[in-house]
Write a new protein. Structure first.
Length: 118
């Protein structure tokens, strides 16, 4: 799968992501391929499941920023919603549902990344 096809597959704007990287497909490809090495998602899962909501907030916020920089729009949106549900130490009633959406969007993104051409 090409980089452009990857962005189309996950419902993101390839041209906007490319613009963020100075119109360098090589740079965009390099950084998006490193996405799975980031530990924000695993730390988000562990902290949320362990009831450490301040850390879960920080990890959701970090994930949101990373996704915004890489143009991973769907995951950025769901992680932004979760960030707001955890902001200020108050856990919203729908936080678990929002985390489930983040997990689904993350899994979809990672599965598509696995299909990228080298």
């Amino acid at each position: 799968m090409t980089l452009e096809a990857f962005y189309n597959e996950i419902g993101s704007d390839y041209k906007a992501a490319l613009t963020r990287m100075g119109n360098s497909e090589k740079m965009l490809g390099k950084f998006v391929r490193k996405f799975t090495a980031d530990k924000s998602m695993s730390e988000l899962n562990a902290s949320f499941d362990g009831g450490d909501y301040p850390t879960a907030f920080r990890m959701a916020h970090t994930l949101k920023g990373l996704c915004a920089n890489l143009g991973l729009d769907k995951l950025q949106h769901s992680s932004a919603e979760l960030t707001e549900a955890l902001r200020g130490g108050v856990v919203a009633d729908n936080a678990a549902e929002l985390l489930a959406q983040v997990r689904a969007d993350y899994d979809m993104t990672v599965a598509a990344l696995a299909q990228l051409d080298e």
